[in-house]
Design a protein around this ligand. Structure first.
Ligand SMILES: *Cc1c(COP(=O)(O)O)cnc(C)c1O
Length: 373
């Protein structure tokens, strides 16, 4: 049996012909067109119970750049301003901050939830008082975050907040609502082909603050606050109508997909009792893949384990190792705090296969292979 790491499953392109013909007939291909507006409204209803609003972007990295720029506001030239983020995240988080004119300030993570560590964040906010423009937590692998705590940090420290929730579309919080519901700062989700809410390229920004969302929408269209006139910083972050059609079609079966992936994740937890699993915050994670920590007693290096999995037909990854502080470019341009928990977890992390089409027997076969390896 061969088990690929990820099997992207966007809505079937070949089934979208009527919608594509309608786009052609409308003559509107982008610029927040009617298909895009429909998707934004339906996403707000289905992910966030109709509270707040959504803005599409052409990918989450651009969405993060936009949201960071909005949250950071204007600053005098030449001052160093930090974006406080975990080192245990994807490269896009730090790249977005750098493109937004901010310097990544890398903090540690919680040993159980693998989300940013509150003590590490708050110590750095004290140490770099007045220099942190934005706190940028990552909702690690779709896990929940205490968003009220971040709203409190914004008030107490006068900082902006942008949540990287790239893997969180479909995750459910403790109150049973979609992760992020009601949060007034910007939360950025990815709709990349490899994410659980798979399209091709795309992203979604959520905020319960309508004025913030309107500013982001204007910034995403060249900052044109008046016709053809830039009144604020801008770039082009618009999602095409064809991209919005793909997203709209994905909404249809999405609830079942998240439930199925949760069942696969439970099978992993049952099948690998010796491994360390992420402690879940909230009711449900919309698992993109299955992150596990190798058992503490495992003697060999991860590479040997991955090689024996590959030899048995199981493809696996190791997100996020190397973590940001281990990557040459970020080492040159970031400020790096003490990272004891990250340094302990990253070398032991494995990302095991998960897909809409995967079955529980397949998960059991992967678990048996991991145990044997
Ligand atoms: C996937 C991902 C991104 C980037 O999303 P794109 O839509 O591909 O730009 C950003 N941050 C994290 C943590 C991710 O996993």
């Amino acid at each position: 049996m061969r088990i690929p790491f990820l099997r992207p499953n966007p809505a079937r392109l070949s089934k979208l012909l009527p919608g594509l013909e309608a786009i052609e007939a409308s003559g509107i291909f982008t610029n927040y067109g009617p298909v895009n507006s429909r998707f934004e409204a339906e996403a707000t209803a289905s992910f966030f119970g109709g509270h707040g609003g959504c803005l599409t972007v052409n990918n989450a990295t651009i969405g993060l750049m936009l949201a960071l720029r909005e949250a950071a506001g204007e600053a005098p030239r030449g001052t160093t301003r930090y974006a406080l983020m975990p080192s245990f995240t994807f490269a896009a988080t730090a790249h977005a901050a750098i493109w937004a004119g901010l310097t990544p300030l890398l903090c540690d993570i919680d040993p159980d939830r693998w989300t940013p560590c509150a003590r590490s964040e708050e110590a750095l906010l004290e140490r770099y008082a007045g220099q942190v423009a934005v706190v940028m937590p990552y909702a690690t692998f779709g896990n929940g975050l205490d968003l009220d705590r971040y709203a409190g940090l914004a008030r107490r420290h006068g900082v902006g907040i942008v949540v990287d929730a790239a893997a969180s579309l479909g995750s459910i919080d403790d109150s049973g609502q979609g992760f992020g519901t009601g949060f007034a700062h910007a939360i950025v989700y990815s709709m990349h082909a490899t994410k659980t809410f798979a399209t091709a390229e795309g992203g979604l920004i959520y905020s319960a603050d309508a004025e913030r969302l309107a500013r982001l929408r204007t910034m995403g269209n060249f900052g044109f606050g008046e016709p053809r006139t830039a009144t604020m910083p801008g770039l082009n972050s618009k999602l095409s109508e064809a991209g919005a059609l793909l997203a709209l079609a994905k909404l249809e079966s999405f609830g079942q997909i998240v439930t199925h992936r949760a069942a696969l994740a439970d099978a992993y937890r049952r099948g690998l009792p010796g491994c360390k699993f992420q402690q879940v915050a909230g009711r449900q994670i919309a698992y993109q893949f299955m992150p596990v920590g190798m058992p503490a007693g495992h003697p060999g290096p991860r590479e040997a384990l991955l090689a024996s999995l590959a030899a048995a037909g199981v493809a696996a990854g190791h997100y996020f190792s190397p973590h940001l502080a281990e990557q040459p470019y970020f080492q040159r341009v970031s400020e790096i705090a003490e990272l004891p928990v990250t340094e302990k977890l990253a070398p032991r992390i494995l990302s095991l296969p998960l897909a809409d089409s995967m079955t529980i027997p397949e998960v059991e076969m992967v678990c048996a292979t991991v145990r044997a390896a």
